[in-house]
Structure formats: C-alpha cells, structure tokens
Design a protein around this ligand. Structure first.
Ligand code: ADP
Ligand code: MG
Length: 267
C-alpha cells in the first residue's frame, strides 16, 4: 500500500512542529508502521538532532534533488526502530534549492516502500511552506493556546483551503492545564471553535520534552507511562483511524469542560 504523506505545519515558528514530527514518527514506527520523517526546514535542520541521528547523516534532501545521490542513500535508518527513517535537510543551502515539484517527486519515490511520510515544515508561509505542503495528502496544523499562534494557524488554514490542499487537522501543543483553568490561556475548545478544523491531539507542556530533545531521545521512545508520551501515541493511533478518546487530559482531572464541549457539539 502506498504511503500517506502528512505535512506538519503551523505558520508561527517555535510551536512544536519538529517535536511532533520526531515523536509521531517514533510513535507510528513503534506501532509497526514504516515511516519516513522528512526535514523540509532547509538551512535550519534540527529534526536530526531531536532524533539523535545527526552523526549519521551523509547525504541530504538537496543532494537527492540535485542528483548527487540516490534517494535510498540519503535515508538515515534509526538504530532503535528499524522501520523509522529520516531524510535530512541540507544545512548549507537555502530554501530556494527546493521547489514544490521536487518535493512531490521525492515523496512519489518514497510512497511504495513506506506507510507514512511525515514532512516537518519550516516556519512561515513563504517558499518553504509551499514546497512542504505540495505533496501532502493530509495536513496537521500545530498551534499553542496563545493568540499569536492561533492567528497564524488561522492564516495557514486559509492558505491551505485556497490551494485546495488538505484536509487539515489540529494539534494543540504546550497546553498548561492550570493556566487554562484560571482563564489565562485560550481554552482548547475556544481554539477548536475559532479554527474550525478537526482536533486530532492535545499535548501538554512538559519539561521532559526539552530534556528528551537535548538527549536526542524523543519522549515517545520510552514507556508510555508519561502523559506526554501517551499523548503522542494516541495521536498516532488516531492517524491510523482508531477512535481514541482524549483520555490523557481527562485522567489528569483537567479540561473536563473540553469533554462537555465535545459532547454538546458532537454526535
Ligand atoms: P518548531 O519546529 O515549530 O519551530 P520545535 O519543535 O522546535 O518547534 O519546538 C520549539 C521548542 O519548544 C523546543 O525547545 C521544544 O523542546 C519545545 N517544546 C515543544 N513542545 C513542547 C511541549 N509540549 N512542552 C515543552 N516544551 C516543548
Ligand atoms: Mg522546526
């Protein structure tokens, strides 16, 4: 079966796209899927570092596009998960080295051998965004529960609709339950209502993510006992079509009103 190409994008930088690409890649691979994560942030690569694979890079995306190597030679296999591969970004080039057609043909060549291709998009809505969404069958929009991030996400959703790309689904990352309860952050329900796309995941703010990032060991690799690790695995399961309740946050005893909202608005 040919892979599904899913682009992870946001508009605003720093909201957690690369963190999500790394952890969803790991979670899907741990669930037995054959996954390639593509670092499309040419010039500013960091997906390799988050995955702890930076020392294994020989060739990169631009080498493939400019035919200095075959696609297979540029793929870096994760030593912990044999079904997880990284296609690294070039660090020494700028985004003009990649055109939308290039990404489409690279993904076409990856589709046969894999189940999921996750593209980690650069920030912004310029060239990098355009080539990152070009091959996408589906798009994941990442936002944080704060007004600047939501505004940028809204703009990106408009662009995706104008390009007739999608469907787009939403992940709200870095949710601090306490702050929401005190009314200091936009509530999840408010964000979902504002952006009017389907919610596929809520990821809590967790300092373990920063530590994991520095160690090149995505949190989704370790046991599923942590709330955040579970959140990533649940998103991966939802991507695969399973109905997974938003258990993690309910278990934490917060955001009960999210479920009230979903029940009142849902079927
Ligand atoms: P982007 O790719 O959108 O620019 P990153 O994935 O690089 O964003 O994340 C930006 C920073 O935020 C990183 O230092 C990362 O460790 C941190 N971060 C991302 N998600 C979380 C989270 N849920 N909890 C805590 N820190 C996070
Ligand atoms: Mg990034």
């Amino acid at each position: 079966m040919a892979a599904r190409v899913i682009t992870i994008t946001s508009g605003k930088g720093g909201v957690g796209k690369t963190t999500l690409a790394a952890n969803l890649g790991v979670a899907l691979a741990r669930q037995g899927q054959r996954v390639v994560v593509v670092d499309a942030d040419v010039g500013l690569r960091n997906l390799d570092v988050m995955l702890g694979l930076e020392n294994r890079i020989v060739y990169d995306l631009v080498d493939v596009i400019e035919k200095r190597c075959r696609l297979r030679q540029a793929l870096v296999r994760d030593r912990r998960l044999s079904e997880l591969f990284l296609l690294p970004a070039a660090q020494t080039r700028d985004k003009s080295a990649v055109r939308p057609d290039d990404m489409v043909s690279v993904c076409e060549n990856l589709r046969e051998q894999h189940d999921f291709i996750l593209i980690d998009s650069p920030a912004g809505i310029e060239q990098g965004f355009r080539y990152a969404i070009a091959p996408a069958d589906e798009i994941i929009i990442v936002t944080n529960p704060e007004i600047a991030a939501v505004r940028d996400a809204d703009r990106v959703i408009g662009l995706i609709e104008a390009e007739e790309q999608g469907p787009a689904q939403l992940i709200v990352n870095r949710v601090k339950p306490d702050m929401i309860r005190r009314g200091e952050m936009l509530g999840i329900a408010a964000v979902v209502e504002l952006l009017a796309i389907d919610l596929i995941g809520v990821v809590p703010e967790d300092e373990a993510i920063l530590i994991a990032t520095n160690q090149g060991r995505p949190i989704a690799l370790s046991s599923d006992s942590s709330m955040t690790g579970r959140a990533f695995h649940n998103i991966a399961r939802r991507l695969r079509g399973e109905e997974v309740p938003f258990l993690t946050l309910r278990e934490q005893g917060v955001l009960e009103w999210l479920f009230r909202f979903m029940r009142s608005g849902g079927d």
